[in-house]
Design a protein around this ligand. Structure first.
Ligand SMILES: C[S@@+](CC[C@H](N)C(=O)[O-])C[C@H]1O[C@@H](n2cnc3c(N)ncnc32)[C@H](O)[C@@H]1O
Ligand SMILES: Nc1nc2[nH]cc(C(=O)O)c2c(=O)[nH]1
Ligand code: SF4
Ligand SMILES: [Mg+2]
Length: 222
């Protein structure tokens, strides 16, 4: 038994809408808490961890619909929730999941035959089972002032970069020059903006990178 306690905003099943596993049925575990401060963040309700928002674990076993609520759970309790669903792929996101030691959770899930994928900003050390897939979405010069860690870039299996304009691609180039990576690279337009989407399509074709278009927003699932 581990004594790591996770603060959980929601657990639910959907279709992975981002990155290389796009289209894969997945159980999402969204952890509460992030101080990176991306101005366009989809999940601002996960930033703060306020004691007044704590709730019972059975309340987070469904989509939170942008509520700030969170419940405390051990890895074992989370696995019991995950096992109620069909999917064999588990996405751990947030918030910033690397606020937490993910070893107990990802080790047990992997032992139970689940493929784990973690979505992270790369600004905290990644403590995770070696079998887990790491999707790193580098956050460069965000308001929280945190930097992308070289160790996180080294661990990443996939680098999925949010793009609003050309300067974001230039910043990714500078990061890759500083931290050479063998990870697959995907560009993700910010908030379905048409100009960003066109820029991502054009750059992905020129460079043989992947496009990550947030499929869930186009097909209307969470
Ligand atoms: C909400 S974050 C949570 C995990 C972690 N904090 C991170 O940033 O990777 C999950 C993914 O959504 C992306 N994302 C958040 N808001 C977005 C937006 N408005 N448009 C496109 N991607 C967004 C992030 O870049 C990240 O790849
Ligand atoms: N369907 C779906 N796919 C996702 N991939 C990454 C997500 C996230 O918020 O981390 C996300 C999400 O919120 N929904
Ligand atoms: S790091 Fe992730 S959760 Fe945190 S503000 Fe940025 S996109 Fe949102
Ligand atoms: Mg999302």
């Amino acid at each position: 038994m581990s004594n790591v306690i996770y603060r959980v905003n929601e657990v639910f099943e959907t279709i992975q809408g981002e990155g290389i596993y796009t289209g894969v049925p997945s159980v999402f575990i969204r952890l509460q808490g992030c101080d990176v401060g991306c101005p366009w963040c989809d999940t601002k309700h996960t930033w703060d961890v306020e004691s007044g928002d704590e709730c019972a674990l059975d309340q987070v076993d469904q989509p939170s619909h942008d509520q700030k609520r969170w419940a405390s759970a051990t890895a074992e309790q989370l696995i019991q929730l995950v096992m109620q669903y069909h999917a064999k792929h588990v996405v751990i996101t947030g918030g910033e999941p690397c606020w937490y030691d993910l070893n107990p959770l990802t080790r047990r899930l992997s032992d139970h035959g689940y493929q784990c994928q973690v979505e992270t900003s790369g600004t905290y050390p990644i403590a995770i089972d070696p079998r887990a897939w790491v999707t790193l979405s580098p956050k460069i010069a965000m308001r929280g002032g945190r930097e992308v860690l070289t160790s996180a870039m080294f661990r990443a299996n996939e680098v999925k970069h949010p793009v609003g304009r050309q300067a974001d691609i230039d910043a990714l180039d500078a990061l890759l020059a500083r931290c050479p990576s063998s990870a697959a690279i995907a560009l993700q337009p910010i908030s379905q903006q048409p100009r960003a989407t066109q820029l991502c399509i054009q750059t992905c074709i020129e460079r043989n990178w992947r496009l990550s278009a947030q499929l869930h927003k186009y097909i209307g699932v969470l």
